[in-house]
Each structure stands twice: as C-alpha cells, then as structure tokens.
Design a protein around this ligand. Sequence first.
Ligand code: FES
Ligand code: MG
Length: 590
Amino acid sequence: MADNQGRKLRSQLWWDNPGNPGMTALYLERYLNFGLTREELQSGKPVIGIAQTGSDLSPCNRHHIDLAERVKAGIRDAGGLPIEFPVHPIQETGKRPTAALDRNLAYLGLVEVLYGYPLDGVVLTTGCDKTTPAMLMGAATVDIPAIVLSGGPMLDGHFEGELAGSGTVVWEARRRHAAGLLDYAKFIDMVAASAPSVGHCNTMGTASSMNAMAEALGMSLPGCAAIPGPYRERAQMAYATGKRAVELVRENLKPSDIMTRAAFENAIVAASAIGASTNCPPHVNAIARHMGVELTNDDWDRIGYEIPLLVNMQPAGKYLGETYYRAGGLPAVLGELKRHGKLREGAVTVTGRTMGEITGDARSTDPDVIRAWDNPLKEKAGFVQLKGNLFSSAIMKTSVISDEFRTRYLETPGDEEAFEGRAIVFDGPEDYHHRINDPSLNIDAHCILVVRYCGPVGYPGSAEVVNMLPPDALVKQGVNELPCIGDGRQSGTSGSPSILNASPEAGVGGGLALLQTGDRVRIDLKKRAANILISDAELAERKKALKLPEFVNQTPWQEIYRSHVGQLETGGVLENAVKYQRIAETFGVP
Ligand code: FES
Ligand code: MG
C-alpha cells in the first residue's frame, strides 16, 4: 500500500521487498517476536513511531507512558501501526551539569531512529523544556511526517492560600529565605506545593512556552499545548493526535511543508503575547536552522517586540496553566493576534488547514487571564536584542520588567530607558555564590551583576544562572533586583529582566571575558546597546592579554558537544549537523 499519491511507504522498504527476500525476512522476523503478525507488517499500513520522552527519570513527561496508549488507539483506529520507542531522557531540574547539554544529544538520537528504522511518520511527545525543541529539531532534520503531542502542565499549585507556580515560587522562596522569613522545611514545602500532579511546569516557563511554540508553528493539533496533564481532554488529544499522524503519512505532509518562514513568524508573535521564556529564541532558532529557514534574533526584536503581553500568567503575570487553559489557551491568543493582523494566516498546519482557518474566531473566555489586544498587561512586550562591545547579541525579556526595576533604572529623567552601573563580575555560579555577600565588593543599588563562562562551551550546555539575587544586605533593604548580564541563560520561570544568552560567550573569547569588576557598563534599551565604557585601545590591550580558562570535560559527550556547539544566538546547535537536511529523501533501499 501507499500514500495518497501512490508512493510506496518507507516502512515497506524493510518489511515487504520481494526483490530482496533475504533482507526482508531478516527485517521482519524480529518484529514478529512480540506478537505482531506478518499480515500487519506487510499490510502497508502507515507505521507511526511514538517518540517516548517520558520515563521515571523524566517526571515532567512521565504521563506520556499512559498517554501513548491513547495515541496507539488513535493510530490503530485510523488504520496505522504504532511502534513506541524511547528517547534519551531529559529532565530540566535533575540533570547535571545542565539539561541543555542533552538537547542536542536527544536530537541526535532521534535523527538516527527516524532515519534508520522502518517508520513512516512520528508522534513527538513533548513537555519538559528541552524535550520539545529536541523533538522538533530531529523531525526537521529527517523530515518525515511528524506531529507534536504535548504532555500539558501540572494542575495549579497552592501554598497557604496563594498560587504556587513552578520555578517562580523558588525565586520567591529564596527571597523569603534570604530575608530570614522561611526555615529549611518550610522552604521545601513551599516549593513542592507548586508540583501537585503529573505534567510539566505550570507557569509560562520554558515548557509551557515551547509547547505553545510547537502549536504556533502548526506542529500540533489546535489547542494541544495548554491542556493540563491530568485532564481528560489531554488523553482525548492523544487519541486525536495518533489518528492524525496516520493521515499525515497518507497526505505526505511533512515538517518542511509546515515549519516555513511564515510559521516561525507566527511563533515569534505568539511568544511575545504569551510572555514566553527567554529560552524560546535559542530553541526556536535551532529548529529553524535544522529546517533550513533563515531566522535570527533580529527577527525576534523586529517582529516580536511591538506585540503586547496578553497572557496573565506567571512569571510575567498572575495565574497558572489550568486557569490559562480554561480561558482559552493558545487558540484564544492566536485569535486575538489574527484579529489584529499579526498572524501569517496562510501558514499550513498539521491539520492540513491553514493557521488562519484553524484559528477561526477563537476568543478568550476570561478577559483578565487572556487579555484583549486593547487591554494588555503590557504594551510592546517582546524580546529586545542588545549589541555592543560586550557581545554581538543578547536578549532581554521586556514583559518581566518590574515597576521597581523601571523606576530605579529606566526612568532617570533625561536618560530614560538607559542606565549605567559598576560591574561586579563573577566567573560562573559557584564564584557568584561564594562571593556575592563579600562586603569588600561594596555592592550597592547602582551595580550591575555579571556572570560569565556560562555559555554553551563554558558550562557546558549553558547554565540557567543569569538571574542573580542581590547580596542579602541589599535584599533586607528592599532592593530585590539588580540588573544582571550573562552569557548563560535563565529559567523561563524567572521574572528577572536579565540581559542574557550573550553571544559570543566569554568561553570562546567574547566581550564579557574582557570585563573587569569596577568597569562601568552602559545599557541603552532604546538604542539596543550594551557597552563597557572603556576605550577601544584599552579593550584591544585586554584582548591581547586574555587567557581563557581551560575547560575540563567530565563525560565523553561534553567533549564532543564542546567541540561542535555554536552560540546561543544561532540556536546552540551542533554546527556540523546543520548541513544534514531533509535526509529521509536521501534514503535508499536498505
Ligand atoms: Fe520539567 Fe519545568 S522542570 S517542565
Ligand atoms: Mg535611566
């Protein structure tokens, strides 16, 4: 059997190739040994892989183990054959040194599986931060029909009568701990209250953001991203996704038909409107690079900055995932963007219909949770890209600039949107923790905290450490945040307006490596500039004298990763992987 255009399915090159009975028998026999029949394998039914990212090691995605049963039922009912396989586990908060290190490893693993086994299409199970980009990057490279099934967020957490949101609650608990208001046991209770059920982070952190990106790209069924993990609609979505995967193969609708430039522009505007994680630009840029679509941080600023913040969800706002889902989730956000001409409506989605068609006239059912365009939480809420002698690109999430930060740093009369400060430089998070309370640093409210050697090469993978708390003494005086700059990342659940993802990173000799404690740094948001205020001659001197630290690898993958990874600005991908595109096309008879 074949797809709708009469093409023989890829899986039949393995399982039904009369020209080569020897190999066919060999390919077949082992898949019979757990009960599949020769009739099933040779029937020409689309074989749909289920890329399983859930496991005991990946609690954020673990319920995909159960959801896969509903995916399989959908695949069967649509006339397909499901084959579930494991993906290298990634768990954001549990993996040392960073989960980001493993995104490209899971990507590589997925590429090999999709390319080298008899699969006609794939359901990509996603959830925890890096699992979503890893799956989409792999599907982009191989380019067989693929569809995303998000796991959905946990239920809303509560602590002592207040909402407790994933990650975001940690920053608040740390502040209270630093101020002496929480003991150890209470601290843990407060943080654990944010995780009341299966699912991924319930804030608009990287998980909720990246699953929204998958939906905005057109790679999941409409409404998929926001459904909470334990809801019945989640399992129903799993069933519908399985069914649709089979049709995708029959229609030969591939990631390259869906993840076009228009789709990426939809992702960017959606990111601003939801108050997405600062991890979205590197992840989405990485997917684009593997898809062969031109996309840069200039695009994020140019297309995304002017979009208002519509979703009132932590860390930029107040609510959590369950409430957001009930208010309409991403479809309601896309509806608002569409009505204001911000959606590239012609972008094709996995449904086979366009983004404009599937969005229809979707609207918010709760105007406080998902705001109207004319009543946003914040106008112009996208990412700003800064450049200068410190780096060629760093981003700042403007939707989380607090009133305290705005008043103290951005509203200086005559110098609005700009500020200067004395740099306090830390070489990595350990150095920061060691010295932040050192009185000899004289840190006051006019200082800028800088952390470096935390980029993809420096840490490795790039650490989520740029949002740094001020010294305890300042916190006690009510200074809750200082401007922070770094070549690492920060958790998407953090509400800090840090300047981060600086590229090139200090670890490869970027400008941050030349900075010294005591230097004055000037940030000008309007001009999109960030500079050390020293002469070019002095800068050149320092460059000449620069000795980079020697990075020690603890695992073989760290060594391989460090020698091939690029910068966050361009997605932090394995640079030598990018040339492999649409590789399923190159596949011959095995
Ligand atoms: Fe896995 Fe947030 S830690 S989703
Ligand atoms: Mg100012």
